[in-house]
Design a protein. Sequence first.
Length: 356
Amino acid sequence: MERDKSPTVYGNHQAPAEYEPGEGCLTTAVRIPVRIVVLLIVLPVRIGWDVLVIGARALHRVTLRPLGRALGWLGRVLLVIPSVWLYGTVLTPLGHALVWLGRYGLVVPVVWVFRSVFAPVGRGVAWLAGATGSLLVRLYETLLTPLGHGLAWLAKAVLVRPWAALWRFVVVPLVRYGVVVPVVWTCRNVFAPLGRGGVWLLRVVLVVPVSWFCRRVLVPLGRETVAAFGVAWRVAGHVSRALGRVLAWLAWNVLGRPARWAYLTVCTPLGHWLRDSLWAPAARTAAAVGRVARDTLRTARATIRQARRDVWRTLVGAPRPRKAGELPEGLARTLGSTTIVPGAEPAPEISLRKRG
């Protein structure tokens, strides 16, 4: 039968799925103590981490969010609105003025000077440079080029060819048979066997023991330590949540439940009694007193107004009755009327009567 080569399925509390089967007794003996030690180390860290997370969330919800809104409003009032006003009211007109000034104070004069002065001068200089360059090209082609070819042939015939022959027939054979060949023979027949022996000795003495120690001891120990940290972190999370539930239950039964009972049993009936027995009658009495006071003030104002009118009639007299078609004193006819009151100033199109 063909052996099933599918990987072993491990649970969350066991080693990862990439572990090789057939682990030795060292791995099995190390796993449980390492996990216990790591759990004792990780558990306080996980509990502290959960406490910090809960405190950070509460701090963000209670303090940082309102503070952020307040800072946003303050920044908008102190920075954004003044900056927008400054940009639209001061900087934009100033920028337009600077652009206009730069255009008509710098660009236009510079362009005029370039077109009127530098362009003609540049064209003259370019024509002079072209004539001079053409003269130099003709001199190079007719005089310097043949002279250079002659000097190159002379240097090659006098210097290069003798030195090339000396290098090829004297220096190269001397270096090859005097240095290269002995060095190659020494490396091939002496140093190569010594190097192979040293490599074999280094492998047997150092590499093989170190490889065996790493593969059989350090790798299982490190693998189990890493897995133990993962398992301990998850277990510490469950322990931390259980501890949090216990503390929440204790807080509810020690503080929350008595406070709720006191609120529902004592504070709520007391508040209802105060509202129905004291606050509502006091509010109704205050409303009635306010209505009486308003009526009294209204009556007093009407009485004072009537007394003032009576005193004014006593001192000045009653107003003279107007005839038919006569306007009140000090007012003229409107624009559409044909009657004119002598001595009266022109009134507006819609005249308002004075109240006595």
